[in-house]
Design a protein around this ligand. Structure first.
Ligand code: ADP
Ligand code: ZN
Ligand code: ZN
Length: 746
């Protein structure tokens, strides 16, 4: 416990105006009982209403004379203490990403509301079966129906879960109490922590590492033992044994008495992946994901604090599990966009992990088959140590990839969504009873209208997004509502083949069944994966060969290994290039590389086919060649020319307002503040304000200002200035948000 007479406290109210520490006096009875990060009750405001708050500092420095200091009312019971480390982390996030302190605290806090420990209660029968039966007869005669319901069940089962009896059997606790007093039943209580995944499985030790794998492990662990903490990037093709390396590293950490955080994108948190960790570490590992209740998350944090687990697996929020002795953070598929938070504070797990690792004196390991430009750039600069794994350990070679020009298909009279080559190969696989995956790169796709001859895409004149085809030859902008009639001829080349691209996954499924009536097709997209475990079910069914073809959006390129898949078709590779976003090329390359990597994972050789209207685009050429290095060289040049991340830093300031005029006005003022701040000192460029490309969502108008600088600190200075001056403005429904190095265009 920290010493001091005063506590500086952040009040649990989400408003910029109160987002600063307020000082309170610590009453006698709480002297020595408070620590940074604790949740307390404090009288706040004119009415002295009791509010919750978080202690961020304990000090002997009074800010006001003693008689003016209010007293802390009490400690919020059952609250989990935010470690002082986490308070510092929250302060760093606030400063680095722009947000209120309370929003930052709530992001790193284990749970928003604390819950009581769940107790497992079981009702046990204390009489013999015969005695119970005779008592049951008596209860029926006396019309004691509730008692009768319990006894009837107890004749069959010696023990019943308490919740079943009070819930489904609708027996009141009072009735149970009376049975207990009669000596008929006993209630057994067991305090237990919920482990969300129960896997009964035999433990398995690791594989003998290949020399390349062993080299990574020994170097990383040797650095660790020499107190040298670094960030490592493992660039390894899918199937090259990265996960096996993570497992070995984590094992090494456990042997050293350290704990590990293993980040995996939510979508890849499949049973198959988890099983590997459970087999290796048994119940020393636990999982955190978005389907867990607040209580379950709380339990995970408690278990971590008590040292009951050594490894937590989860998406980005698993970073905040409070391990007392953190040794390593691993981030698999570090390039995944889901590592960036979409709400304030818009933190990136990679950067936040680096900060946390430095604080906790832990190592950081990143892995990917297609590293983000950020990570590779830093590896090239020497800030990360780079390892490469470039062969598959299970034998299967990378599948050869060919590119099909869809414009040529049309010219030769094929108007199907399947090129002739794809049709040929599908026939062949169906005959051989091998499996096929068809992947629709659907990003930015909403039934858009394009020219089949030249690739021209119809766009909204106001929003810079493609228009969507609607009934009756109308095209609509989904972002601003702009409507126009679909042209008969391509505005660019006058070809009459300007058509709606109708190939949704459902249409593909129908086409397939028309062409191959006897095959079994599974479809995976937003429609078929609404329920909690449908994703898992579809993948499992396909793995068990319950279908010949799996058709889906980008979801299908992740996760499972399907050894029987020998053909992967990408139906329209360039759809993601239509996003007018500086990351479009990177995203396309990653998706195509992952998709191609799905073919030939087993003993049989595979093949991948990329259909595209833009075969000359470098993202497509490099993905087909599976040449990351060459892709990187071209992409980084483009980023350097445009001063885009990682070559420079970028701050997007998003202004939202229900009233368009007030919003535009505020955006103008904010841009002026940014420009004034950017002048002088180091170079920073301010672009805008402009209407965001998604100009209006739910009747809230959106404006955006972009600031670019090679110096991140310059951008945080601009952010600070906007925050300060913004707090003085009389903002009602208008809102200012910050996004550093954004991954999506506004
Ligand atoms: P990645 O994570 O890079 O996709 P994995 O670690 O999942 O690669 O490995 C791919 C396959 O190779 C898995 O089936 C795994 O069991 C196997 N594997 C990994 N390392 C070895 C090894 N050292 N010896 C034998 N098989 C291995
Ligand atoms: Zn529009
Ligand atoms: Zn055209």
């Amino acid at each position: 416990m920290t010493k001091g007479r005063y506590a500086n406290i952040i009040v649990d109210i989400s408003h910029e105006k109160v987002d600063k520490p307020f000082q309170y006096k610590i009453p006698e009875k709480l002297q020595g009982k408070l620590a940074e990060g604790m949740c307390v009750q404090i009288p706040f405001g004119m009415g002295n209403r009791l509010r919750k708050g978080y202690v961020v500092e304990i000090t002997d420095q009074a800010q006001f004379p003693d008689e003016k200091q209010k007293l802390i009312a009490g400690i919020v019971n059952d609250s989990m203490q935010v470690e002082a480390d986490l308070v510092r982390l929250a302060a760093w996030m606030k400063q680095t990403y722009g947000s209120t302190m309370i929003a930052a605290l709530k992001t790193v806090l284990p749970v928003k509301q604390t819950i009581k420990h769940k107790e497992k209660r079981t009702i046990l029968r204390r009489l013999t079966e015969e005695e119970t039966r005779s008592l049951l007869g008596e209860c029926i005669r006396k019309h004691q129906t509730a008692k009768a319901r319990v006894l009837e069940e107890l004749c069959r089962e010696g023990a019943l879960p308490y919740e079943l009896v009070t819930g489904k059997l609708n027996v009141s606790p009072a009735t149970l109490k009376s049975l207990q007093e009669q000596g008929v039943i006993a209630v057994e209580r067991e305090n237990y922590y919920r482990n969300p995944v129960k896997v009964d499985t035999n433990r398995e030790s690791g594989k003998t590492l290949s020399p390349e794998q062993a080299k990574i492990c020994s170097e990383v662990l040797a650095d660790f033992d020499q107190q040298d903490r670094k960030t490592y990037l493992i660039h390894g093709i899918t199937g090259s044994g990265k996960t096996e390396v993570y497992l070995a590293l984590i094992e090494g950490m456990i042997q050293r008495g350290k704990q590990c955080i293993m980040l995996i994108p939510e979508i890849a948190l499949t049973y198959q992946t988890l099983l590997r960790f459970y087999k290796r570490f048994g119940d020393r590992v636990s999982v955190m994901n978005s389907t867990l209740s607040a209580g379950e998350k709380y339990d995970q944090c408690e278990r971590a604090k008590k040292g009951e687990i050594d490894v937590i697996i989860g998406p980005r929020s698993a970073l905040f599990v409070p391990f007392p002795n953190l040794g390593m953070i691993v981030i698999d598929e570090e390039h995944e966009p889901s590592y960036k938070s979409e709400t304030m504070p818009r933190y990136h797990a990679r950067e936040t992990a680096a900060y946390l690792a430095a604080q906790k004196h832990a190592s950081l390991v990143l892995g990917s088959a297609t590293p983000s430009l950020e990570a590779y750039y830093r590896a090239k600069e020497g800030r990360y140590e780079l390892f490469t794994l470039d062969r598959r350990l299970t034998g299967g070679a990378l599948a050869p990839v060919s590119v099909i020009d869809l414009r040529k298909e049309l010219r030769s009279g094929n108007r199907s969504i399947f090129s002739r080559k794809l049709q040929e190969l599908m026939e062949d696989r169906i005959r051989k009873k091998e499996q096929i995956m068809l992947f629709l790169n659907r990003r930015g796709y909403a039934g858009f209208v394009s020219c089949r001859s030249c690739g021209f895409v119809m766009k909204c004149p106001h929003c810079d997004v493609s228009l969507s085809q609607h009934m009756g030859g109308i095209m609509v902008c989904h972002y601003c509502g702009y409507e126009t009639v679909q042209p008969k001829k391509c505005p660019s080349c006058a070809s009459p083949y300007i058509l709606g691209f109708k190939a949704g996954t459902q249409q593909i499924e129908q086409q397939l069944l028309k062409q191959f009536p006897d095959i079994r097709v599974l479809r995976m997209d937003a429609d078929t994966t609404r329920t909690k475990d449908s994703y898992e079910k579809i993948l499992t069914a396909f793995a068990q060969k319950e279908a010949d073809v799996l058709v889906g959006t980008q979801m299908i390129v992740k996760g499972h290994d399907f050894p029987n898949v020998t053909l992967v078709g990408v139906l329209a590779a360039d759809l993601s290039l239509n996003d007018s976003d500086y990351r479009a090329g990177e995203r396309t390359f990653q998706l195509l590389t992952q998709a191609a990597g799905r073919a030939g994972r087993g003993a049989k050789p595979g093949e991948a086919l990329i259909q595209t209207y833009r075969p000359e685009h470098y993202s497509i050429i490099r993905a087909a060649a599976q040449d990351y290095e060459a892709f990187y060289e071209e992409e980084i040049l483009y980023r350097e020319l445009g001063a885009y991340p990682p070559a420079a830093h970028m701050l997007a300031v998003l202004i939202t307002a229900p009233d368009e005029e007030r919003g535009g006005d505020l955006a103008g003022r904010v841009a002026a503040i940014a420009r004034a701040e950017a002048e002088g000192g180091m170079e920073a460029r301010v672009i805008g304000p402009a209407k965001a490309s998604i100009g209006k969502i739910n009747d809230i108008h959106r404006f955006v200002i972009y600031c670019k600088s090679s110096d991140y600190g310059r951008l945080t200075a601009i952010k600070d200035k906007i925050e300060q001056e913004g707090a003085l403005m009389d903002l009602k429904d208008e809102n200012i948000q910050f996004d550093f190095d954004p991954i999506d265009r506004y």
